[in-house]
Design a protein around this ligand. Sequence first.
Ligand SMILES: C[S@@+](CC[C@H](N)C(=O)[O-])C[C@H]1O[C@@H](n2cnc3c(N)ncnc32)[C@H](O)[C@@H]1O
Length: 262
Amino acid sequence: MGDSEKNFSYLDMLASTGYARHIGGKAATDILIEKAKINPDMKVLDVGCGIGKTSCRLAGDHGCAVTGIDIMPAMVEKSSALAKKLRLDGKAKFLQGDARELPFEDNSFDAVFVESVTIFVEDVAKAISEYRRVVKPGGIVCDNEVCITRASNEKLKDDIKDLEEIFNAFSSKTSQGYMTYEDWKETFKKHFPTVEASHYVADPQVELEAKKADGMGTFLISTLKTMWLYATNPEAKRIIDTTQKMYKYVGHFGYGLFVCRK
Ligand SMILES: C[S@@+](CC[C@H](N)C(=O)[O-])C[C@H]1O[C@@H](n2cnc3c(N)ncnc32)[C@H](O)[C@@H]1O
């Protein structure tokens, strides 16, 4: 295996397949949109915007001015192309940047959306302090992160090695190791005076339907690209095999939604 393959990560896989999503799909985003009381007068930042789905929904369905930022140039290109295709390029702008060092002035946005991104950052506290810095006083930070609860962690204590392997394969690099729902909640509470949190268990059928809801074309192309990577790149194969083990733990794996007010 060459060096480029050895260093291949889950995020590289997302970039190669041109596909990114968050657990819980549109329904999870809808909850955050409602909690944040998104309206057309708002300026919203979408951190780790992926292929731009939430950014374009916020701009198209809710009329806000959206800035999407992602660390991977391929994702920025995809997002810009989607906004252009939907004729939202006047309302949704995209740029490359890092959640740990957001290139914006303090108090710039009414709301910050972060869907399945902070888990990829080693210094979680640094990223969260950046979200807090750029949101206006009284503004909202909405974050969705893959996690299991402490109760599940306790029930699965004989499988901890397996769980660590799964979170590692998802490039979960937080310096605290993999974080439970309660760890996330406590971390957000250190940064914000008000945090509303809830945990949802993921349903594999709902996740599959959510993938298809992005359009059969997108679903088929990304499935074929994933199959190609599986067949040709041993590290991609290892990542896919390991992340699939998540389905052994149905009823435990899920996501936390954290709605934080500055
Ligand atoms: C699982 S995808 C989620 C994409 C999108 N938020 C969604 O819900 O569809 C994670 C995204 O976070 C981006 N990302 C990872 N680390 C980042 C960082 N430090 N700063 C900005 N974006 C990052 C990745 O490039 C990827 O597009």
